[in-house]
Design a protein around this ligand. Structure first.
Ligand SMILES: *Cc1c(COP(=O)(O)O)cnc(C)c1O
Length: 472
């Protein structure tokens, strides 16, 4: 049958809907949804026919043609029910991978989210008074006791926290920032833009590598409201560099009646010393005397998306009056995750309870054992000619913490036979259970640091599946 003839045999959507009335494959679908699937499938068949005609000429009988459309409609149907936002296996070794959703939640945080999302909650209800309560009250006390701050508030994310702080205390006035700290984070958060958006006026001082206290001092005017320090989260300036210490900045602000702000980015509550590098804790920044400290909820803290502002009560009160707060308020699920995580910190055992911390602290021996176990499970399943072995890896903590620190770990390296590593890497991504792997010198590498319980089985099954699939 020629292509043109085949095209004439494509049944109408109405005819197909009739034929499918008793077909269990499409049971339970609304009429309009099914019609839409059939339309999409028909379009794909048209495309197939036009491609085939260039090679061997169309070749469907009317019945086969209809069945082919139903088959494609089934594919469209499974796509319809597959969420785009879904679990992946993180084989990159980057613990707080921004593209892969940053921090995984602890068991307690997950339980909190689940219990709050299932029904009603105390979101803005005061159980004691039996009347309207405050959304921010659930975490304020916990944040204060954990950080030592006089007051604290949680908002949508850290970008919002910085925006809100500046809008609340510096709108129409000057904010001094070192040129070495005018950073861009995650492609869309640029400090100069955020300052502009807040209505504050940016005053840049110093140079990229060196800013002296005298530079800050010389920039102070009658219209200066604050000095803002920003953690240069995703890069490190090394070599001939200097910045005044936290204490010097705070002292200068005090002498001149300025507000000292520190955007610490990742904001750890636990001391983090890795490979000789030190990440300042939120408590250290507050102890140094900063009036306001801002940080993310889903980086080292280990909760869901959130931004936290901690510091002096009088400024937090002022910030709470800012109308922008309503637009950047935290939602109840993130709030539940945050409170659950803060309870983990309150137990004193956060380093074990919060997955990101556990992964950061895994020793090379533990990682090597984990990689060996995975390889033992995978090896017998590998097709003929494929090779697997243990390799050392180095990864980043991610999430804007410790930008200069390489975490040493282990992974499994797979050398596929008959196809390239990048073809296998792509097949592993193209799945209901995607595995995100690395390519290193024509080999596929899966770093085992960030594997979650059950991920090993997924990796084995997906590699076997990828090996059996045709490469396009
Ligand atoms: C990550 C980061 C931000 C942005 O935080 P989000 O929670 O992603 O909005 C802002 N400032 C610094 C220094 C950061 O590291």
């Amino acid at each position: 049958m020629s292509k043109n003839e085949s095209l004439r045999h494509i049944p109408s959507v109405e005819q197909m809907l009739c034929a499918l009335q008793q077909d269990l494959r499409f049971a339970g679908l609304q009429h309009a949804v099914l019609a839409d699937l059939l339309r999409q499938a028909t379009q794909r068949v048209r495309l197939e026919l036009s491609l085939q005609s260039k090679t061997e000429g169309g070749q469907y009988s009317p019945l086969a043609l209809r069945e082919r459309i139903f088959e494609l409609a089934m594919e469209e149907k499974s796509r319809l029910f597959q969420p785009s936002l879904r679990k992946v296996v993180n084989g990159t070794g980057v613990v707080l991978h921004t593209n892969l959703g940053r921090a995984p939640l602890s068991a307690r945080a997950r339980d909190q989210v689940l219990s709050v999302m299932k029904g009603y909650s105390t979101l803005e209800y005061d159980l004691t008074a039996g009347m309207r309560g405050e959304r921010y009250s659930h975490v304020a006390g916990r944040l204060e006791s954990l950080t030592g701050a006089e007051a604290a508030i949680a908002v949508n994310n850290n970008a919002a926290a910085v925006l809100l702080v500046l809008a609340g205390i510096a709108r129409g006035r000057e904010v001094i920032v070192s040129r070495g700290e005018l950073v861009e984070i995650g492609g869309s958060f640029r400090i100069p833009d955020v300052i502009r958006q807040s209505g504050a006026i940016l005053v840049e001082v110093g140079t990229t590598n060196k800013t002296r206290l005298a530079d800050y001092e010389a920039a102070i005017s009658a219209n200066t409201a604050a000095i803002l320090k920003v953690h240069t989260s995703n890069f490190a300036i090394v070599g001939f560099t200097s910045q005044p210490s936290f204490n010097e900045i705070v002292e200068l602000c005090r002498k001149n009646n300025l507000i000292s702000i520190n955007d610490v980015g990742s904001g750890t509550l636990l001391p983090l010393e890795l490979a000789g590098h030190h990440e300042p804790t939120v408590q250290e920044c507050l102890d140094a005397g900063f009036d306001l400290v801002t940080f993310s909820g889903d980086k080292l803290l280990g909760a869901g998306q959130a931004g936290i502002i901690a510091g002096r009560k009088r400024y937090i009160e002022k910030i709470k009056q800012e109308p922008l707060l309503r637009a950047v308020r935290i939602d109840k699920l993130s709030l539940a995750a945050l409170e659950g995580t803060l309870i983990d910190y309150a137990t004193g055992n956060a380093g074990k309870l919060i997955p990101g911390w556990e992964m950061l602290k895994l020793t090379e021996t533990e990682l090597r054992q984990r990689a060996e176990k995975l390889l033992r499970e995978l090896s017998p399943l590998l097709p003929d000619g494929w090779q697997g072995r243990i390799v050392p890896t180095s990864s980043l903590s991610g999430g804007g913490s410790l930008p200069a620190v390489k975490l040493r770990g282990y992974g499994i390296e797979i050398l596929p036979f008959g196809r390239s590593a990048s073809q296998v890497e792509a097949l592993l991504r193209d799945s209901e259970y995607p595995v995100i792997a690395l390519i290193r010198e024509n080999a596929l590498v899966i770093d085992v640091r960030c594997l979650r319980p059950g991920d090993e089985q997924i990796i084995c099954a997906e590699i076997v599946r990828a090996a059996g699939r045709a490469v396009e």
